[in-house]
Structures are given as structure tokens and as C-alpha cells.
Design a protein around this ligand. Structure first.
Ligand code: KG4
Ligand code: ZN
Length: 339
């Protein structure tokens, strides 16, 4: 069964076509990075206008690459939220029009849930329970997935998300936008012990996280040390080490408490080289299979939405053709969500 997935939650227009929930036939992402880089961040109005311009070309390319026609698509899955309202609206309106025109189901997908499914793409469904950390530009969610549609949100960030702090520190260091991948690359040449960033204490639940204190310390360190090449390298390495230590610590605590059968890290920040290295090490230590999406599926893409949509459709979780975007859509814990 072929599902077409659409994601326009932020600044990438993306459509993926996936067979039976896990085999990716095509995944096309039109990045708007160049349009937003001169502003140092995403400008919502520019993002939604460009989604509108790119929907049809991205759809055409996704069908071509997959070698299928619209008539073969069994359902359209679309990110309903969370995300930027204007951007979401374009994807949701396009998705429901397409589904209604083809007389096939429209499936509304939570963007965070889709990020969990990105770790199944081209690999298969892991053994549950799965402990998944979704780390991106907007989120740091530690989720225990007990089965399809059954989640427990164990912890979230109480302030900034890891991608957000990487981007802000990168900008302050004078690196290109978005800062995350550049800080990661520069950090490879630096000394991670050059600057000391203590692990922040968080008030809240045991699996909640905090990154804004680390960000402030890094910004102050940049101001006082200047931006010599050596400082940029060493600060990037020390800051990356500190962020990854927080993620590793929370994952390890959750592994000990919940004893899952597999572990995954997904979202844009799961492209980070040190994140991948440390999570693999943790998995080996605990004897657990580790799922890290291929780099192209870490960042936002339509294929992960299609995957999640397929498993929702299997459970008859179909939306109506008047479904709407919800900017602050929450991923509710299974216990709170039970009918
Ligand atoms: O998942 P994503 O595409 O969008 C959101 O849903 O937010 O994540 C984008 C974020 C950006 O903040 C970007 O800087 C970060 O992921 N990112 C990285 C790396 N690659 C992307 N952060 C750290 N290291 C990387 N290699
Ligand atoms: Zn995302």
C-alpha cells in the first residue's frame, strides 16, 4: 500500500512516497535555507509563501522519482502540527484537496510522532517498547513508544531546544545558518575540554531537560574570549560536548528505569556526529539495538509522515476532509488519550 506524506511544518516543503509504512520510494525536500539565511532564522511569512510555490513541483518530482502515478496512492498523510501556522496551513489545505480529489483517505499526523517513525524508514519496525529521543530545532522530547499510537512522553525541554541553541551559538560564533551542522563540523577540530559547561539542574520531571543556561554560558564565553579561529573550534567542541552529555544522561536514566527493547534518536540534531557516536556506545553498553535514521530522514521530510500515516490508517485513524492545522498540537501520552 502506497502512502503519500506531506510536511510543511517549518521551512522545508517535503513530500515522500512510502510502501507499506517503511520502504521509501521517494523523499523530496525543497529547502528554503538560502531564503532565510540572510535573516538568521525562519521568517514565517516567507516560508508559507514559498510552500505554496513549491507544492506542485515537489509533488511532481516525488511521483516521478517513485515511478508511480497519483492513481496508485492509497492515502495522503499530512503534518497537522506542531509547527508554524501559515506553513502548516499550506500543507494541510493541499493534502486534503489532493485526498478529496482522489477520493482517498486523509490522515492527520503529529510532527513529533512522524519524527519517531523516521527511524523505521528503510529499516523496519523495531521491537517495542522503543525509547525515542526526538531532538530538533523546536523539540527535545523523550518518548516511550509501547506500540503504534501508544506513547508516554517522559520528558521535554523546559526552555530552548537543542537545535535552537546550536543555531544561536553558531550565529554568535559567526558561522553560517543554520548553526547546528556548522558547529558540529568545526567542533571536530576543537578541544572539548577547553571550556567548562556544567550540566544544568532542571526543576520539573526527572526526564525534563534544559538548554538555555548552557546557551547563555556559551554566549558569555564568546563575548569574553573573542572569536579567534581557535576559540571558535574549542568553544564549538566544548558546547557540543555539554549538550550531548545532557542528552546522554537523560537517555541513560530512562533506559535504566524503563528497560525498553530498542532505542532511537531522531530529529535534525540526530545528524550530529557526537550524538550518533554516544548513542551507539550507550546501545552497545546496554545490549540494545540503536535506530539512527539515515541523515536525510533526520531533518524534516514527507517520508516519515507517510510512514506514520500508514500505521494510523491500519488502525482506521482517518481525518475528515475539513481537518485543520493546529500550531501547538501536543503529542499526548497514551494514558491521557485513552478513549
Ligand atoms: O528536525 P528539523 O529539521 O526541524 C525541526 O523540526 O526543528 O531540525 C532542524 C534543526 C536545526 O536547528 C539544525 O541546526 C539542527 O537540526 N541540526 C543539527 C545538525 N544538523 C541539523 N544540530 C547539530 N548538529 C548537526 N549536525
Ligand atoms: Zn521536525
Amino acid at each position: 500500500m502506497l502512502i503519500l506524506g506531506i510536511d510543511t511544518s517549518c521551512d522545508d516543503t517535503s513530500i515522500g512516497i512510502v510502501r507499506d509504512g517503511v520502504s521509501v520510494l521517494s523523499s523530496v525536500v525543497s529547502s528554503q535555507e538560502d531564503l532565510h539565511s540572510r535573516y538568521g532564522g525562519v521568517v514565517p511569512e516567507i516560508a508559507s509563501r514559498n510552500h505554496l510555490a513549491m507544492m506542485i513541483p515537489v509533488l511532481t518530482e516525488a511521483l516521478q522519482k517513485a515511478g508511480v502515478t497519483l492513481g496508485e496512492i492509497a492515502g495522503v498523510a499530512v503534518t497537522q502540527g506542531p509547527g508554524l501556522m501559515g506553513s502548516l496551513l499550506v500543507g494541510v489545505s493541499f493534502g486534503k484537496s489532493l485526498a478529496a480529489g482522489l477520493r482517498i483517505p486523509i490522515i492527520a499526523v503529529n510532527h513529533l510522532e512522524a519524527h519517531v517513525y523516521s527511524s523505521f524508514l528503510d529499516r523496519g519496525v523495531p521491537e517495542f517498547p522503543l525509547l525515542c529521543l526526538v531532538v530538533s530545532g523546536g523539540h527535545s522530547d523523550l518518548i516511550l513508544m509501547e506500540g503504534h499510537g501508544k506513547y508516554r512522553v517522559l520528558g521535554i525541554t523546559k526552555d530552548d531546544a537543542p537545535g535552537e541553541v546550536f543555531d544561536k551559538v553558531g550565529r554568535e560564533l559567526g558561522l553560517d545558518y543554520p548553526g547546528g551542522p556548522h558547529v558540529d563540523a568545526v567542533a571536530e577540530e576543537g578541544d572539548s575540554r577547553a571550556f567548562h559547561f556544567p550540566i544544568p539542574k532542571v526543576s520539573g520531571g526527572p526526564f525534563d531537560m534544559s538548554f538555555s543556561g548552557l546557551k547563555t554560558r556559551a554566549l558569555l564565553a564568546i563575548q569574553s574570549s573573542g572569536k579567534t579561529e581557535e576559540t571558535v573550534r574549542n568553544l564549538s567542541a566544548s558546547f557540543r560536548e555539554a549538550v550531548v552529555e545532557v542528552l546522554e544522561l537523560k537517555l541513560e536514566e530512562a533506559l535504566t528505569e524503563f528497560r525498553p527493547r530498542s532505542v532511537a534518536v531522531t530529529g535534525g540534531v540526530s545528524r550530529n556526529r557526537l550524538v550518533r557516536e554516544r548513542v551507539k556506545r550507550l546501545g552497545d553498553k546496554c545490549g540494545l539495538p540503536v535506530l539512527l535514521p539515515e541523515p536525510q530522514y533526520c531533518t524534516d521530510n514527507g517520508a516519515m509522515v507517510a510512514s506514520c500515516g500508514y500505521f494510523r490508517l491500519q488502525r482506521d485513524q482517518v481525518a475528515s476532509y475539513d481537518v485543520n492545522a493546529v500550531a501547538d498540537l501536543e503529542l499526548k501520552s497514551w494514558e491521557d488519550n485513552r478513549p
